[in-house]
Each structure stands twice: as C-alpha cells, then as structure tokens.
Design a protein around this ligand. Structure first.
Ligand code: HEM
Length: 435
C-alpha cells in the first residue's frame, strides 16, 4: 500500500484536447488502421532494445507472436475513433488497467512508452508528415489516454491489499485431470488473501534463466476467496515442450507459444518452491445480485467460473435465500473432466439450487447420462430451457473459454434476447470480443 508513485505533476499534462486536435486525431484513423500494426511492432522493437529491463514485464511469447503489438494498435485505433466520446471504449480501458495493475505498471512507464510510440509514428509516417499541429495533437491525445489509465490504475492500487510482487510457497499440487493441475500458494508473510472477487486473476512471476528475464502470466483464481491460500488450476498444452527431458532446465524451443509458461509451471514448480504473485485484479467477477446466474465454460475456461460457483453453492446445505446457478460446460473428453466429482457433489447437496449440463466433444470411453449429458460441441438449444433462465430479465451470464467459443455463446445469447450488459466474458490472453 505504501507505494511511491511518480509525482503526477512531473508527467506531461498537455491539457484538454481542442476541437482542431480531435479532428486531426480522427483524420489519422485510416492511416493508423493501415499501418498501426507496423507502427506498434517497430515501437516495441526499438523500446525494448533501448530499455531491456522492460523485457521483464512484457510477455516474451506475445512479443514473438505480435499479439501484444496488435492489442496496443487496436486499442489506440479504438481510442482515435472514439475521441469525441470515449464511453464505448471504457470497458476496454477497465480491462487494460486491471491487466496493467496485475503487472505493476507505474506512471513512469507511460513516459517511456509515449516517447517511443511518438518517435516510431514519426519514423513510419515520415518527419515531414508527422510534425507541427499533427504531432502536437497526438502528443496531447496520448497523454489524455495515459492519464485516464494512470488514474484508474492508481485507484486500483489504492484498493489492493498490496502492490507489487510478494513471495508465496507452493503448498500443494493436485492433479485435477490429465491436463489440469491445481497449485495452492501460501504467503511467506502475513497477508490478507480473501480480498478479491470471485472470477479475478493473479499474475504469477518467475525468473526464466534461459531467457535471462522474469516472465509473468495471469491465471484465474479457481476457488472462492479464503484467508490463507490462493488456488489456480493450470492447463498443460499438449505438444509444447517446456523443459529438457528428465530435468528442470527450460527448453526454449517453444518459448514463443502462449502455453509455454504454463507448461513450465507444470514441469518445474514443485511443492515447497517459492514463486512471486501479484494481488488479484480483473474486471470479470461475480456481481452482487439475487438473480439467477448461468456459468458457461469450455475446457480450462471453467477456472474463474469455479470460483464463482464455489462462492454461491456450498458443499453443505445452506439456508435460503439461494441464488439459482446453472453450470453448463464443454469438456474434450473423460480424461479432461477436471472437478467432475466436486461439481457432482455440489449438485447432490443442492439439487434445487444448482443445475448442470456437461458436453463431451470426444465422448469415447465415457457413459452418456452418467459422465456427461450431451455428445459434441456445446449447443445451448440442447440444454433444458429452464436452465438458461431466459424469462428472467435480471439473469447474469458468465462465459469463459477460447475466444471463438465465447463469441458463439455471446451471439447465441444475444439472439435469444439477452441484453449484452448481462453477458460477462473473460478472454484469456490479449483478445477482444464483439460485446
Ligand atoms: C497489456 C494498451 C501502456 C505494459 C495491454 C493491452 C492493451 C494495452 C490493449 C492488452 C490487454 C489485455 O491483455 O487484455 C496500452 C495503452 C497504453 C499502454 C493504450 C498507453 C496509453 C503501457 C505501459 C506499459 C504497458 C506504459 C509498461 C511499460 C503492458 C503489459 C501488458 C499490457 C506488460 C500485458 C501484455 C504482456 O504480458 O506482454 N496494454 N498499454 N502498457 N501492457 Fe499496456
């Protein structure tokens, strides 16, 4: 909490944008759409070469795949496009700020990013074009956006129980399925761990000697808040080698793959090991409401929804009032069905509160009606209509899984008349959804 921030006053404050500046920024949207990806790729290259310490903050794989550059380009484009009224991009801003807070991004970082961003735009568009009033408009525009982010991040840091990285010990590892392992983390010093909202994530940071840098990734907390530990449940990506056979030495052949760090955690994080964690953040979380809630997941996307489920439905019968919960999930096959017994137990104890429907996309070797309910991809039309609570206009829908899966769910729910404000989607990785 006692975080020393760069004094706001020492950052550039070019003042409110003028109408003429807004017009100039909007006029740049077509060229940005055309060359935005090139600008941000070159921007990252030059910034990370000049400021190599930042490699400890950015994801190596997202740099290699260009995902981070694309995410930045898209957000700047959306900003320029909505410069007259930023309301439509506020949900994206909230998502970015939570991600930044989880990675401990500070105001001084914005000076570095702004410097290299404007320098690269100048290089790409040409110093004879990107100059004078146009340059000044973008300088003011960048700092307007930066201050929105800085202010929101300062508020998030203020609410958090701690800021920065804290050491935790791996207290327990539990294999939940062939590909998902839960890791239980206990703090080395006394910390209040229950101050998060079910659905939020933590960043896990480790030093990777072979890359000679820290790397961190975000993982949803997979259990209801408890005072003494955090739990995450991590999927091992098939075919991605993280270590040399029989050793803990990282094998960087697949380091550019988004699942490499998860596999490294699987292979090298043992009980008793120390790891650094950030305070939980995230804009996807359980809202306080008595209305029914429908949790729709695919694969390891069940993790944030499990935290929500475990918060609402208890393994021992609780007194009313109880919020109606529907658990609808698609799993690859029986060997991947993590937390199967747990959800079945919750359902057995609370049959009137919790309804479940499980799809297996590859049901070979499993018993229909016992292990799973439906074979094939998730299809909400197959689910008992009352599980979707479509007749209650207050029902909340939470979905998590691959982006294409969620896009399909969002589209289907909207087609059935659900207001997009009641659909909450958690994207793993730098993505965007047509909400
Ligand atoms: C993530 C935009 C400033 C570091 C992101 C994402 C966006 C974004 C769109 C993806 C969010 C997601 O995953 O959902 C911006 C904008 C900025 C800005 C518009 C300035 C106006 C900064 C600064 C830093 C930074 C100053 C620190 C040097 C990161 C990191 C990530 C991230 C580390 C996570 C991606 C990764 O792990 O590589 N930002 N950002 N950003 N940003 Fe920023």
């Amino acid at each position: 909490m006692a975080q020393e921030f760069t004094q706001e006053a020492s950052l550039p404050h070019p003042g409110p944008l003028t109408d003429a500046q807004r017009k100039l920024i909007k006029a740049t949207v077509p060229i940005l759409a055309q060359r935005g990806g090139e600008i941000t790729r070159r921007f990252y290259e030059s910034m990370l070469e000049a400021e190599p310490d930042l490699n400890n903050i950015f994801s190596h794989s997202k740099q290699m795949t260009g995902h981070q550059a694309d995410a930045l380009a898209n957000s700047i484009l959306a900003y320029a496009d909505n410069i007259d009224d930023l309301t439509p991009i506020l949900p994206v801003v909230e998502r970015i700020c939570n991600k930044h807070a989880s990675l401990h991004i500070l105001p001084e970082h914005y000076t570095i990013v702004g410097t290299y961003l404007l320098r690269t735009i100048t290089d790409v568009l040409g110093a004879d074009v990107f100059k004078g009033e146009l340059y000044d408009a973008w300088f003011a525009g960048y700092w307007q956006l930066a201050h929105i982010l800085i202010d929101r991040e300062a508020a998030l840091y203020k609410q958090a129980g701690w800021v920065g990285w804290k050491e935790f010990v791996v207290a327990k590892r539990v294999q939940e399925s062939e590909d998902i392992t839960s890791l239980y983390f206990e703090p080395k010093e006394s910390l209040l761990l229950s101050a998060y909202r079910p659905g939020q994530y933590i960043s896990v940071r480790r030093f990777v000697p072979k890359l000679d840098r820290y790397q961190s990734r975000q993982y949803s907390l997979s259990d209801t808040p408890t005072p003494d530990h955090f739990r995450i449940s991590v999927k091992r990506e098939a075919g991605i080698r993280a270590t040399h056979p029989g050793s803990d030495t990282p094998d960087t052949t697949h380091a550019a793959h988004p699942g490499w760090i998860s596999n490294l955690l699987h292979d090298t994080l043992h009980e008793g090991d120390t790891v650094e964690l950030a305070h939980p953040f995230g804009d996807f979380f359980l809202d306080a409401s008595p209305a029914p809630i429908v949790l729709i997941s695919a694969g390891v996307g069940l993790t944030p929804l499990l935290a929500i489920l475990n918060t609402l439905v208890k393994p021992t019968e609780a007194p009313p009032p109880k919020r109606q919960v529907s658990w609808i999930q698609v799993v690859h096959g029986p060997q991947n069905h993590a937390f199967k017994a747990h959800v079945a137990r919750l359902h057995a104890v609370n049959p009137n509160q919790l309804a479940t429907a499980v799809f297996y996309s590859h049901p070979e070797g499993a018993a229909a009606g016992k292990d799973y309910d439906f074979a094939g991809r998730m299809d909400l039309a197959k689910v008992e209509p009352k599980m979707l609570h479509l007749d209650d206009p207050a029902t909340d829908y939470y979905t998590c899984g691959p982006e294409s899966f969620m896009a399909g769910m969002v589209k289907e729910l909207k087609a059935r008349g659900v207001d997009s404000k009641r659909i909450h989607a958690e994207v793993f990785g730098a993505g965007s959804l047509p909400l």
